[in-house]
Design a protein around this ligand. Sequence first.
Ligand SMILES: *[C@@H]1O[C@H](CO)[C@@H](O)[C@H](O)[C@H]1NC(C)=O
Ligand SMILES: *[C@@H]1O[C@H](CO)[C@@H](O)[C@H](O)[C@H]1NC(C)=O
Ligand SMILES: CC(=O)N[C@H]1CO[C@H](CO)[C@@H](O)[C@@H]1O
Length: 623
Amino acid sequence: MLTSTLVALAASLSTVTAQVYKGFNYGSTNTDNSAITESQYQSDFTTAQNVVGASGFTSARLYTCIQAGTTDTYSEAFQAAINTKTSLLIGLWASGGQAGLTNEINALTAALSNFGSSLADLIVAISVGSEDLYRISPTGIENNSGVGAGPDVITDFIGQVKTAIAGTAASGKSVGHVDTWTAWVNGSNDAVISASDFIGMDAYPYFQNTMTNSIQDGYSLFFDAYDATVAAAAGKPVWVTETGWPVSGSTENDAVPSLANAQTYWDQVGCGRLFGQINTWWYTLQDAFPTTPNPSFGIVGTTLSDTPLYDLSCSGVTTSSDPIPSASVSAAIQAATAGSAQGGNVGTGQKIGSGSEAQGEEGSSAAAPAETSPASQEQSSPQQTQAPAPASEETVTSTNVETITSCSGGCHAPSAPAGSAPAGSAPAGSAPAAPAPVVTGPTTLITHTSVLPSASAVSASSCPASLSGTYEYPHLIVPVDKSQPDQQGGTSYNGTISSSISSIFNFDIPPTDAGKTCTLVFLLPEQSQLTTSAFSLSGSGGFDVAQLSSPATEQTTYNTVPSVANDLGGPSSVTPGNEYVIASGACAAGETISYEVTATGSLDLNYFQDYNPSPIGFYVTVC
Ligand SMILES: *[C@@H]1O[C@H](CO)[C@@H](O)[C@H](O)[C@H]1NC(C)=O
Ligand SMILES: *[C@@H]1O[C@H](CO)[C@@H](O)[C@H](O)[C@H]1NC(C)=O
Ligand SMILES: CC(=O)N[C@H]1CO[C@H](CO)[C@@H](O)[C@@H]1O
């Protein structure tokens, strides 16, 4: 039978290739608080596998092991999962104190002893808790999100669950935790990262209501949250445990629930970069039975049906084969004359790096959703994903000579992409490529505007070299070392360009940049112009930039660097106080583009890539 052949094939493949899971979230109660039963779970799981347009949604994330309405009877979802061959990201509710956790563990171990490997084989992983850390954060508290638990408790509970499953059929399964991205980037929660085998991240641009968060911003907001979480995750795998866009409900700042917007978000975020690439449990198949919550994220509406409310086929995903930047302007390499910080072009009043549409702006958001359902529903409600309460009220004052940015509560360090001011006054437009543990944010930033003279001879077809408008920063920097050709580059916060080390910069160009012009620039301010970054520079010479034929990964080595698609050239010498336009062309919207930067001559440059004034490093400006 064809089906069993395919299943067997899939099974044999999975021994060599890690399977990527796709599924939805499932609460334990309906919206009227009645318990979801085995037959209902079975219908849900079957529908998920058969919903028109989508395929492969064969995984379920659960919030609790306990059947609703009981003390510690195991969930009827387990039998339904076995019946439908649905894999499980099992959850234990962890905000009910030790007694609550003990009940969860009792339910899980009873199910494992009853079902044995028929249940255990379906387990992708086990999450101890869901958004517990968010609920004790200032934003969670202000929004009455319910009882949470701190990092010490979650860490202890993770240990208890690992011990509890040790002698069962689920022995050795990954045990981790699910929380909002804002909780993961909060260094006070690092013990939970250390204790976890995986990081489950919830993120909803819709709820980031102190930000510019229209559907056009959804892709960038989401992936900046994801990237910030990856940067905080100490190498642990980061899975997407909740995201989605509501089909109906209240507007949250610029975020309008609608079928069209839910469709766009599904296409750009889900189809574009999650499904089949990163383990994802979407929010959600159905949340509206028997009554429709506000907001409602369900893709099938009130009545369970194989017919979704919008097209799930991913056919709306636009892919572009245009490389960006193209080599067409590769000759437009500019090295503007160095200018002094106080001299020259001042008085524009422009806030460096404050680009209103800058990517990563959500990094400074403090969104705050309303509690979307009564406390009794918390296990099945979409849980909020917002930044911590604003850490600082930031005021930006322009003068002719300097922009003084003062942060009464302390400016956020580059390592704190979350927690900042409302979009309207955010001084910095973008989260850094990665946190810099060693760099702390000053309490007062003195930003010299126009410290970098505009490149005087930029081709008319290039975007500005400065970060005054929209720009992209690299989401991954991979150093590869000629002297250790098989060593994996991993991820770096620094750009390193020397005779033995070259660095590869990955830029994720959002689909919303379609039709725009993208310009690759390199900014190297004077040391004195840097507030939160630094660089070392010796030798003489410049660098060469090559656009690669496919994206690099953290596993890329010197020997496995993808082939060169376009050699874009580069400056023959590099000196501080300059900005360099490397190349410009049509944006490769929706694609990840890798550039490898190799030293020429004896250049030895090592810098911390940072957007904080003055920005330093490689960026793609968009216009
Ligand atoms: C950071 O995490 C700690 C521990 O969970 C919490 O007490 C604190 O409120 C969090 N800070 C923010 C700004 O969310
Ligand atoms: C990154 O660059 C900064 C500034 O030059 C330097 O202080 C730091 O040591 C570098 N880090 C690494 C890992 O190279
Ligand atoms: C601190 C914070 O962000 N609080 C939010 C709580 O939720 C409301 C909406 O319900 C927001 O307006 C607040 O900003």
